[in-house]
Design a protein around this ligand. Structure first.
Ligand code: NAP
Length: 282
């Protein structure tokens, strides 16, 4: 039903390149927003323990009457649960909240290199258990820098299927993306609209006028043509539809380059630098 392209991960699973993000959707609004997204045609939902809205995600999928196998569901381990036994309990809680017996993808949400004596390796080995017992189809990481990925490569047997990191035209994050591309790790671009700021950007707006689209659509197209996975978030039905209508036009090289030129480096981040981020209580 969906025209969304799929990308094959390094473990053979496939992921729809465009999904629906749920960060900051209140628990009691989540089922309604996800229901709208499923009606529009999204078949990939990104949630996390931290968002406290996994229950609404599972509820909306069940109530939509869509086969579980036809929706790609991602969740993420919260920062307070990196110790293996805590991670096992938290993963059980994720499946219970969603009401499913598996997720498609489970991620370490942040590497927290200044916490847990710098050990995210034992956490990763615990995610390997979840994959081998079939309760997650794929495993990956989020907010991992190149040094963190190199450490997993040295010390563990499984290459993450994805690395979900901040990427948008104001913050291209190209060092991390390049490492992923050369090591078989798909980049998922979080905050693809820079938390909404791209919709008002003059350059994105200029390109949008030229191609007869909205600035948000043009920016989502930029991500898709760069090969990243994206899941814009919205609670606004009209925007949920708008963000999905991005498969019937394309940007040329000049338009792609003009958006890439908006990169401000570190100053372009909307979120924390993963080398410093250490908040366990989110
Ligand atoms: N792994 C991580 O650490 C991490 C961090 C952040 C995000 N994420 C994931 O990535 C997803 C997306 O990131 P995000 O939610 O932070 O930011 P985003 O998708 O870049 O932006 C969301 C904001 O943009 C607005 N918006 C959406 N579509 C729009 C449109 N067509 N025109 C104008 N404004 C529009 C939304 O407003 P309304 O909702 O009011 O319509 C909302 O305020 C998250 O939901 C989450 O699933 C992961």
């Amino acid at each position: 039903m969906s025209q969304t392209p799929v990308i094959t991960l390094n473990d053979g699973a496939t992921i729809p390149q465009l999904g629906f993000g749920t960060y900051k959707i209140a628990p009691d609004q989540t089922a309604a927003a996800v229901r709208t997204a499923l009606e529009v045609g999204y078949r990939h939902i990104d949630t996390a323990q931290m968002y406290r809205n996994e229950q609404g995600v599972g509820q909306a999928i069940r109530e939509a009457g869509i086969d579980r196998a036809d929706v790609f569901v991602t969740s993420k381990l919260n920062n307070g649960f990196h110790e293996p036994d805590d991670a096992r309990r938290a993963f059980d809680d994720t499946l219970a909240a969603l009401g499913f017996d598996y997720v498609d993808l489970f991620l370490i949400h942040w590497p927290l290199p200044t916490r847990y004596d710098g050990d995210f390796v034992s956490t990763w080995r615990t995610l390997e258990e979840f994959k081998s017992d079939g309760r997650t189809r794929s495993i990956g990481v989020s907010n991992f820098q190149v040094a963190h990925l190199e450490r997993l490569a040295r010390e563990t047997d499984t290459t993450p299927a994805v690395n979900q990191v901040e990427v948008h035209p104001f913050f291209g994050n190209d060092e991390v993306r390049t490492y992923g591309r050369t090591h078989g790790i798909v980049t998922e671009a979080w905050a693809p609209l820079a938390r909404g700021a791209m919709a008002d950007d003059p350059e994105a707006t200029r390109i949008a006028r030229a191609v007869g689209r909205s600035a948000a659509q043009v920016v989502l197209r930029w991500h898709l043509q760069r090969g990243d996975v994206v899941f814009p978030k919205s609670v606004t039905p009209q925007r949920i539809s708008e963000n999905f209508a991005v498969f019937d036009f394309a940007l040329g090289d000049a338009e792609m380059d003009a958006l890439s030129a908006l990169d401000k480096g570190e100053a372009g981040r909307t979120g924390a630098n993963p080398d410093q981020f250490d908040n366990l209580n989110t």
